[in-house]
Design a protein around this ligand. Structure first.
Ligand SMILES: Nc1ncnc2c1ncn2[C@@H]1O[C@H](COP(=O)(O)OP(=O)(O)OP(=O)(O)O)[C@@H](O)[C@H]1O
Length: 213
């Protein structure tokens, strides 16, 4: 499913001066299965971009399409279907359930879709260095540990795109690289793409598309 932007301009950014190669006000397509990075400093509009793409923000001019479908035409029910089967998300505030354990947080989503076995979930937690936290309440995890759990939870569904808003902001470079490698691998398995916003460099990763604000 390709994503097309046509002259998109969020209302609150309309009076701001944008660079000529900014995504705002320009038209472009992102091909299905692309690995996409948007790297920009704080306050430049990364969350505006992700929330617009996720239909949370609708106060913009221009149009965004998933395939041939205009986002502005999607009903709440349509969005529920997209979110459960086509678009996975890691929100900046993660939206984990703090009173539930790591495994319970994962299983809430995983059991709906039967995506992974419990041992596969444990292997992913091990791979991201939080394998000793499986039965810990999420409230007791550091923010960087919670980010890794939120990434794994987002992968526990079928998807064509995974959209991640600053998912590595509390991770050191080594853990960011491991998380990115996992996202990259599962995207390949799912024949999906990712769109990832970041504050910093990109850990040597060879992404395919760079978006600018
Ligand atoms: N609803 C709104 N009305 C007016 N201005 C807004 C609104 N939402 C965001 N802004 C402004 O738009 C700009 C971009 O905000 P946004 O949250 O998208 O930035 P960001 O790049 O995600 O920042 P950070 O890296 O700090 O999370 C900021 O200047 C912000 O103050």
């Amino acid at each position: 499913m390709k994503i097309s932007f046509k002259n998109v301009m969020p209302q609150h950014l309309a009076d701001v001066q944008h660079d000529a190669d900014s995504i705002w006000g320009n038209s472009f397509q992102i091909e299905a299965q692309s690995k996409v990075v948007l790297n920009a400093s704080s306050g430049k509009g990364k969350t505006t971009f992700t929330t617009t793409l996720l239909g949370i923000r609708n106060n913009y001019s221009g149009d965004i399409h998933f395939g041939d479908v205009a986002l502005k035409s999607l009903s709440k029910e349509d969005w529920a279907t997209y979110r459960s089967s086509k678009i996975a998300v890691v929100y900046q505030d993660l939206q984990l359930f703090p009173e539930l354990t790591v495994l319970e947080n994962l299983e809430i989503k995983n059991q709906l879709h039967k995506t992974f076995s419990e041992s596969e979930l444990q292997n992913m937690l091990d791979e991201l260095g939080v394998g000793n936290k499986t039965h810990e309440r999420c409230a007791n995890l550091s923010l960087g540990q919670q980010q890794r759990v939120a990434i794994i939870r987002a992968l526990c569904q079928p998807f064509q795109w995974i959209i991640l808003d600053e998912p590595f902001s509390h991770l050191d470079a080594e853990n960011a690289r491991k998380s990115l490698a996992l996202i990259d691998r599962i995207c390949d398995q799912e024949k999906a793409g990712f769109i990832l916003t970041t504050l910093g460099d990109f850990y040597g990763y060879n992404y395919q598309v760079e978006l600018k604000l």
